[in-house]
Structures are given as C-alpha cells and as structure tokens.
Design a protein around this ligand. Structure first.
Ligand SMILES: [Zn+2]
Length: 1096
C-alpha cells in the first residue's frame, strides 16, 4: 500500500490535526488534560474505552500506624478485617499511611469476548490484589491506571472481588501534585482522593491505531526539516485519520503496518533497548516504601513479559531483590524464573547503587562482595557490569575496584548533568589512578528513564559524542527514580521502531550484548584518565553531616571488629564453631546495613528527614551490634575482665606501631594514674547521649606505644617533647604560646577572638622555624557563605557562593581559655554565638611528641542557606593539591585556568588532603568531612551546610567535628601523612577504650597479627574468609603512588597463601604464594590493591 500525500500544503495544520487526534494520549492520561485547542476535532483517544461498569459494593479499612506499618500486618489478616462502606470521592491520608479497599464488581454475560480492564485512580500509588491477597497489578497516578482483567472475557456472569492497597504517596513521595517533581519537604497532611474505580471495555483496535499515529507523529515532527521520511510519516498519519474517520480502521492499520515495514539500510546505527526502572532505595520516601515500590514496579514488568516476549528488563541493587524475596516471595519466584530465561536481568553487582565518592575503598569492595554473593546464591549468576546511572561523581579508583571484583564494564549517564563542560565521550576506556582500564558506556540519550519517544531515540544517535567510533548505544526506557518502569505503551511503540527507515534500529537486548558490540569496536575508543567529576551536586560532600560522620566511624569500627574476630579465629581462642558463625553473620548484617545507607541519596544527604531518621536508627543498631561483638571477642581473647583485673590493655587495629598521646574516658588502674594527665574540656557543650568515638569531655591523656594489629599493655611513656603553654602579655592583647618542640603555636587575642600563627620547627640546621601560613592572615578562622542554589537545595553548592564569603561575626565570645597545659596535652577553648543563634566551642589541642595541631569543634548549627567553612591560607606555592580517595589519592588543580579546573570549585577527599611545594607542605586531616575548596593555596574545609529541601531540618543539631593540620617538611609521603591520617581517625579523634585485664592472663601474644615492612603498604581489611575454613582474607594497597616490595609478616603460622580477588575467589588455584609459614613477599604497583587468602 502506498501513502498518498495530503492535497493541502500547510504542514503546520496537518501536524496540528494529527496532534489533536492523539491529544489525550493512549490509556493513562487524565481526561482533564485534554488540549483545549483541539475541541471539535475528534480525539481518537476517547474511543479507547467503549463502555464502563460501576462497582456494586465498595468498602475501606485503614491500616493502623503510619510509614512502614504495613510490614507489621500480614495480608491474610487484613483480608478478614471489618471494612467500612466507602465511595468515590472519599479521601485517604495522611501521607505515608496505608488504606485498603475491597471492591465488588458484577461482570455480565454481555461482556463475552471483550477485553476487560479495571480502571483506578486515587492520585497515589496502589497495589491490586485478588481475594486471597496475591498481587495482581499496580497503579501509579501518572502512567499506570488500569489493570487488564481479561483480554477476552469468557462471558460467564460473575462477581469479582478485588482488594486495593493504597499507599498514601505518589511516585515522588508525599503530598505533591502528580507530574511535578517537587523536592520540598513532604506535605504530610495531604490527602488523596478516590477519583475512579470501574470496569471498562477496552478497544484494542483503537489502541493499535493510536500508537501507530503517535509514532508517526513523532517521526513527522522530528524528521520534517531534514528528511523526506518525516513527510512520509506525516502523510501516512494524515491518511490514517481520514480512513479512521470513514470507519475504515483495518485499512488505516494496514497503512501504518506498511510504513513500519519499510526497513533501514545495513549500516544503520543500532540502539540496544533495555527496560529499566530506577528505584531510589530511599529519597523522597523511606526504605519501607521502597520495598512496596519494588513490588509494584517489578510485578508490572513480569506482567508485561507475558504479553511481550521480546521484552528485556534490567534491574540493579541486591538489597531490593532481598526485600522482595522476604516480603513478596511469590513475586520473587516469578523473577527467578525470568532471570533464568535471561529476560529479567540483575545488573550492577552491588548491594545498593552507592554514592560514587564518599564510601571508603573497603566499602566499595563490600558493595560487590555482598551484592554478587546474593546474585550468585539466588540466581546462579554474577553481574558482569557495574551499573550506576545516577550518582554524583565517580572516584578515580573505581576502575581498579571493578577489576578487583572481576568486572570490566561500567554504565552510567550522570555526567550529562554537568553544568559547565560537556563530557567528550559516551563510549570510552576509563583508566583509574593505578592504570586499570574498564570499558564505559553512557547511554547517549543522557537518561535512564526514556519513554520510547521518537525524539529520545533520535537524540540517542545525534547526541553521541563518539560518532564513527561505535555504531551502537544503549537505550534505557521505563519510568524511574520513584520506580514504575516500562509500560505497555512504551513496548508498543518500540515494536513499531524496531527497524524502520528514518530511525536507528532499536533492538531489545541485554547489557551483555551491548558491551560485546562496544568491545568489538573498542580499538576506536578514546581514553579518559582519573575521576569522572560531576560538575554539579558538590554540596553533597557536606549535607547531612552526621550521616557522613556515622559512615566514617562505622567503616572504621567494622575494620576493627573484623580484625579482632580474625585474631580470635586464628588463635583458636575458645571459639565454638556455631556461635562464631552466628557472630560472623552479625558482622555481615552490620556491613549490609552500612552499605544500605551508602545509597546515592542517603549518604550524600539528599534525602527527606524521615530517611535521615531511619539512617541514624540503622547506624545506632550497627553501633550497638559492633560494640557487643567487640566486647565478646575482647573478652575471649583477653580471658575476660576478672575482678582483680589491673593490667590496662589497648588495641591497635593498624598494621604499624603507633606511639601517641591517647585520650580515654576509661578508668585506668591506680598504678598508672601518676603518669597520666587528666583533662577536663567542658561538660556544658557535650552531650553524653552521643555514641563514643569522639573526644570525651573528661579524659586521661597518656602517651603509649601500641604494637601493630593487636593488643598492647598501656605502659606510659615519658614524652621526649612535652607540650608546654607559656603566657605573655603585650599591651592590651594577651598572648600565649603552645609548643611541643615540633610545632609552635602563637595565639593572640583580638576582641576576644583568638588569632593563631603556627610555625614548624625545622629539622634543618640553617633555620629554626618555618611559618606554616601566610603572614597577616587568620588561619583556622571560620567563614560563612550564602548558599542558595538554583534548584537542588541539598545537592548543589553553586560557584557564586564563593563570592559571598564573610568572616564569622562572633557575639558573646568567651575565651580563649587554657584548659590544659601539658606535659602530655594542651588545649584551649574559644566559644561564641553567631548568625541565627548558632554557637560553638572550639578546642585547639596539641599533644606531646606529635607534629599535628588539631581542632575539635562542637557546634550547634541553626542557620538557613548558609555554608560554614574553616580556612587556612598556606604559605606554599602549589599548582595542585592532593586528596585521599578510596585506596589511594589524586591531584586536582588549585587554579582555574580552564573551564574544567574552574568547575572543580568544590571537591571531595577522604581522611586527608595535602598541599605542598617541593620542600614542604601541609596535610589536613578530618575525622568525618569530605568537602574541600582550594584556590591559590588557600585551603577551605567545608564544615556544614543548611539546605531546607528536601529535609527542612537538615543538619539543624549539634555536631562534633574533628580536624587537624600536619605541617611537614619534604613530601607528604616522606612525612608519614597518610599513616598519621589513619592514626588521627582511630586514636586522635576518639575516646580510646582501655581494657583492664587480669594479670595472670595477660601473657598471650596477641600482637603483630599482620604487619608489613614497607611504610607505603597499608592493610585495611583482615577478616575471616567467608567461603573457606581456617583461612583469613587480608587486603592491602600501595598508598604512596609508587612501586612497593614488602614482606608481610604474620603473627600466626600459615599453611598456605593464595592471592584472591575482592570477592575472595582465588586468582589462580594452582599457584600458591611462597611462604615460610610466618611471612610472604609481595610487590605492588602504584595504588595497587591486593587480597590474599591466608590458611592456617
Ligand atoms: Zn537515583
């Protein structure tokens, strides 16, 4: 059949007519959205449903409790509850509550042979269940308002009963108008209204034609200016409308079929279409609601798979699969079947889609360790690609971490959000800081929520930055962020564009197929080295500070507990196998809960207040479980604390000897007391309810030498360089010096505000002291910036905030007051009130024998849209600064030569960053901060933000912030900065616990468990191996950025040692590492990560 061109020449009129014809959109659109301009022109969408039937009875029941209470009520109990009469127009609320409807319909014989749908609309999400409670379907207000009861009703007259579980939230959380994403805090009082609940007869012929015309219209509008094919599409659609108007629907359908049968050429670009449903594990809704979102979204996909055998659906996050297994076992069984068929495809390999910058290197590895374990156990497969489409930047260590867990492919698209520079590739080889390379694909449509429109399909070709290098790309379709996934309409449209002249080929396929096609062309690809920096959302390094604080502290606590348990295991310390396995299981559970909160809207701080509350609650549980385990295994190893326990013992989880002044609130036996210093900071600003792992308000300071990876007796050491405080006065300003022979801090007071200057005592003979900071500046001073982003409040610090820098205006200043004057520790405090009655107390602390000056800030933060930073103008000339990232570090510019440099005005770093010139520099260390701004050698550490959306109370509470400066000569490597940063995190910024042990038992040599003789090599994980008996897994990395040979010494006898990957699979089973039983030799390349299984 050939197409006849319209006899009229006004293409705008022809297009307008077609647009009106499809104006209500197939199926789901709300009739009130009818285009007013189309009044009078027949809209074919109105013919989709030919008759409707009302319900015969409707009842309702409100589930007690609010958010998440659905988990406490088994569905079968709910079905037998007493329901009350209900009707259309009833309101359901408040937000986050759950309501059940029980609805009766009578289907008459007249419906025989017809396609019968249930239509529902409440403005909220909902789940449809049968009379036994099984899930039948799901509703989402914007795109899924119908359920196919039968495609061909049998005609047997019958009464049907359905249950509908209304979740009082929309796709994007609670209390907002559908269709509009609103990141304001939820309107919790909002009520949803039952607008529609009916049976309707579906006109599938009309539906086909409507989708045909819809796709033709898309082609016409997108191709008209450049391609004859656009005109052909327009004339075909126009003629179809003429035929439909004459009731010649069959002919109209044939016309479309003929058009869509006209194929592409051989070399046309191919898009691999994959269904996808991005479900944020928590964001504008809580974890509890996410579970139901997964059920609704994924069940809908399983339904679609029945009708569309070509349909392939990709799905990430083991945690979400775990939830479905637990709460919706029937759905999980069906998923398993579809996974087996290769149509429901688990992707990503991680426990959740994590933040790409903030979690530690070990956390990254555990995301895969637990994620892949789950996929292997449940589905007998491991994901072959890392899948993280929606995270706010990607660490430069990710390529190696991927390689270490057996993955060499990566898919994301988020860099398309960069505000300043357009990323130059959609396909490239990504080389990490160690030289590891992975193949990367960004879907060129720059989206993971495409809707099968012609516009997006064409964008996926025209937008590609690698034209001529690759001839394929991914096309991810399906509603997402709040779940939803692909719809019938999308699958219908994709059928029409599989291979039609004028558009690229759009084939349904798997990630495997996509990456294989890309790999076959990889020789054409360019390389990108280092991090993938997102030029947006860089406020997320700072927002929700306490979530970040918990994450850092618990990452370290987990490392410590795993090591203690590994020591217990390898020394056969009174362990009962069953008990021990249970405790290991608890460690796994702690890890998984920590990993959950590393989701890319939780740890970045872009979540609502309820999610923050959940995250804190989860952290507290992990804290309590780890404390319990720590106590159990300390007791086992040290044979418990007997009544006459009088030997103080301390644990060092680091793989090197540490000598430093520690601060502890633990009681120390009388015998030791004479050689310690008691320090009282200030009780008023401390909150004793808070967890430990921060400096206590009253503590003893003692200088101790701690053996590596094990327990040491606390034997106080006399400091070789005691710290002293010397007061002087100078006219009206008071002065004092705090000094420990390595650092000299001069404190001058101006209007009650301390102004510090710091000198490093040089090891060089030719001069005594080097000023650390620039003259006539105020190092360590706080600055407040206006922080009003254009849209994404919690997410974005815009560059213009830098122009609003103001020195903190102090009111009610108190201090500086000297609280401790040595010999082990000196401290002075300074308090003040500022802004909207925020207040802080800052302690400046110097310890004996330490090259570090530290600051402990307790701040009650009450601001709105302000950004608080502390600033240090360093007296060096450095064109780049160095930042710690996962298992390594990288450099970023301190200047803004190019737009790429300029866009990095706020960057992330982990425990430390360093700014140095050839002969000296300063390392900055933090215990829980991640945001940095460095320009012209002035370092700003980001302390707190105060966004109001989506959490109206974000960070409005007390914070404990501990940071330090380590001025040094030489490089930061030679100065030992990296190890000092670990020591600060484990000992400096903590209330270090001292155990009192019975003298008779303190003889066991639980020391030097695993150590190395190379300062550049750091062991961060020493744990019980998970899949083999009598073995430990130890993981290490090269931290300097150089080549390292090292001997790893073991505190126990090993029978054999083999290198393994991050999932603890041996790399080469036939080859064991040479060992004399107590040590083995390793070689590491710059930043290389290695893992070993050590059998004993
Ligand atoms: Zn997301």
């Amino acid at each position: 059949m050939s197409t006849t061109g319209s006899q009229h020449k006004n293409k705008a009129a022809t297009l307008g007519r077609i647009k009106c014809f499809i104006s209500r959109g197939p199926l789901s659109k709300n009739p009130t959205q009818l285009n007013k301009k189309c009044d009078g022109i027949p809209s074919f969408a109105s013919q989709l449903y030919t008759e409707t039937l009302p319900f015969t009875r409707l009842e309702k029941w409100k589930l007690p409790g609010g958010n998440g209470s659905w988990q406490k009520f088994p569905v079968h109990d709910i079905l037998s509850e007493v329901f009350l009469p209900a009707n259309l127009g009833d309101k359901f609320g408040p937000v986050w509550s759950t309501h059940w409807l029980k609805v009766h319909f009578n289907l008459p014989k007249t419906l025989e042979g017809k396609e019968v749908h249930l239509r529902f609309s409440s403005g909220s999400e909902a789940t449809l269940r049968d009379f036994q409670g099984s899930v039948l379907g799901a509703f989402s207000p914007d795109f899924r308002n119908e359920y196919i009861i039968s495609k061909e009703w049998s005609g047997n007259e019958s009464d049907i009963v359905y249950f509908i579980e209304i979740a009082c939230n929309g796709m994007f959380g609670g209390g907002m108008i559908a269709d509009n994403l609103n990141i304001s805090p939820p309107d919790e009082a909002f009520e949803y209204t039952l607008q529609r609940l009916e049976i309707a007869v579906f006109n599938r012929v009309a539906y086909k034609l409507l989708n045909d015309v819809d796709v033709l219209y898309g082609m016409a509008t997108e191709l008209l200016e450049t391609d004859h094919r656009g005109y052909q599409a327009m004339y075909t659609a126009n003629e179809m409308i003429n035929l439909i108007t004459e009731n010649k629907t069959q002919k109209a359908g044939q016309l479309a079929d003929a058009f869509f049968a006209e194929k592409n050429g051989d070399k046309v670009h191919t898009l691999i279409a994959m269904g996808h449903c991005h479900i944020d594990t928590a964001w504008l809704w809580t974890y509890d609601e996410t579970i139901r979102k997964c059920a609704r979204s994924w069940h809908s996909q399983l339904q679609l798979m029945k009708d569309y055998p070509e349909f392939v659906f990709t799905c990430s996050q083991a945690q979400q699969f775990y939830w479905i297994k637990k709460y919706y076992p029937e759905i999980f069984t069906n998923i398993k079947e579809m996974v087996k068929q290769g149509r429901f495809i688990p992707v990503g390999g991680t426990w959740v889609e994590l933040d790409g910058l903030l979690p530690s290197g070990e956390s990254f590895i555990r995301q895969f360790f637990y994620g892949q374990q789950f996929f292997q156990k449940e589905f007998g497969m491991k994901c072959k690609e890392f899948w993280l489409p929606d995270t706010f930047g990607y660490s430069g260590q990710i390529p190696q971490i991927l390689k270490h867990v057996g993955i060499d492919r990566f898919l994301t698209q988020k860099l398309s959000w960069s505000m300043v520079n357009k990323f130059p590739h959609h396909n490239f080889i990504w080389e990490g800081i160690d030289g590891s390379q992975v193949l990367v694909h960004f879907p060129p449509g720059d989206s993971y929520t495409m809707t099968a429109s012609v516009k997006e399909i064409l964008k996926s070709v025209t937008n590609s930055q690698d034209k001529g290098r690759v001839n394929c790309g991914a096309y991810l379709f399906g509603h997402g962020d709040g779940g939803g996934g692909p719809t019938m309409e999308m699958l219908e449209k994709l059928r029409r564009v599989r291979n039609v002249d004028g558009l690229p080929k759009v084939e349904m396929g798997t990630p495997d197929k996509l990456f294989e096609m890309l790999a076959s062309e990889s020789r054409n690809l360019c390389k990108w080295v280092g991090e993938l920096y997102l030029e947006l959302h860089n406020g997320t390094y700072t927002s929700q500070a306490k979530i970040k604080w918990y994450n850092r502290k618990l990452e370290q606590f987990l490392m410590e507990v795993e090591l203690i348990m590994a020591i217990a295991y390898s020394t056969d310390c009174a362990l009962q196998e069953e008990e021990f396995r249970k405790d290991l299981h608890l460690v796994d559970k702690c890890w998984k809960r920590l990993l959950l909160n590393q989701f890319h809207d939780v740890i970045p701080g872009s979540c609502i207040e309820r999610v923050k509350d959940d995250a804190w609650r989860i952290y507290k549980c992990v804290w309590s479980d780890l404390t319990k385990l720590q106590t159990i295994y300390n007791n086992k190893l040290l044979f418990g604390a007997a009544d006459n326990a009088n030997v103080p013992v301390i644990f060092n989880p680091l793989c090197w000897e540490v000598t430093q002044v520690i601060c502890s609130s633990s009681a120390i036996p009388q015998s030791v007391n004479s050689t310690v210093q008691t320090v009282v900071l200030d009780d008023k600003c401390f909150d004793e309810e808070e967890e430990g792992r921060k400096l206590p308000h009253k503590f003893v300071a003692v200088l101790v030498k701690m053996v590596p990876t094990g327990y040491s007796q606390v034997i106080p050491v006399e400091p070789s360089l005691p710290v002293t405080v010397r007061k002087t006065t100078n006219n009206n300003t008071s002065l004092f010096n705090m000094s420990n022979g390595k650092l000299n801090l001069k404190v001058e007071t101006l209007n009650g505000i301390p102004v510090e200057s710091l000198a490093l005592v040089s090891s060089r003979q030719d001069y005594n002291e080097v000023e650390v900071f620039k003259k006539d500046t105020k190092p360590g001073m706080f600055y407040v910036f206006d922080d009003v982003p254009l849209f994404w409040d919690s997410w974005d610090a815009m560059d213009y905030h830098l122009e609003t820098r103001k020195e903190l205006e102090c009111r009610d200043t108190s201090g500086p007051i000297i609280l401790a004057d040595g010999p082990l520790l000196s401290a002075y405090k300074w308090s003040c009130t500022f802004g909207s009655s925020s207040n802080f107390t800052r302690y400046t602390i110097m310890r004996a024998d330490s090259p570090i000056l530290e600051y402990f800030l307790i701040i009650d933060w009450k601001e709105s849209h302000k950004f608080l930073k502390v600033e240090f103008p360093v007296d060096v000339l450095a064109r780049e600064a160095t930042y710690e990232i996962q298992y390594g570090h990288l450099q970023r510019p301190t200047h803004i030569n190019t737009s790429w440099d300029m866009a990095k005005f706020e960057v992330s770093g982990h425990k430390w960053m360093d700014i140095s010139q050839a002969d000296r520099g300063v390392t900055f260390i933090t215990d829980s901060k991640y945001g940095w701004h460095v320009r012209d050698n002035v370092v700003q550490l980001s302390l707190l933000r105060s966004p109001k959306s989506p959490d109206g109370n974000c960070d409005m509470h007390k914070h404990y912030i501990h940071y330090a400066i380590l001025p040094h000569e030489g490089t930061f490597q030679s100065a030992g900065s990296i190890r000092k940063a670990y020591e600060f995190n484990f000992f400096g910024a903590n209330d270090v616990s001292i155990l009192n042990v019975d003298q008779d038992y303190w003889k066991r040599g639980m020391t030097n468990m695993v150590t190395t003789d190379n300062e550049a090599v750091i062991l961060e994980a020493i744990k019980v191996a998970y899949q083999v008996n009598r073995a430990l897994c130890i993981r290490m990395y090269e931290s300097f950025g150089g080549s390292a040979r090292a001997r790893v010494n073991l505190g126990f006898s090993a029978t054999k040692i083999e290198e393994c990957d991050g999932l603890e699979n041996p790399l080469d089973e036939s080859k064991y590492v040479d060992t004399d039983g107590n040590s083995f030799q390793i070689r590491l390349n710059p930043f290389q990560i290695k893992s070993f299984l050590v059998y004993f």
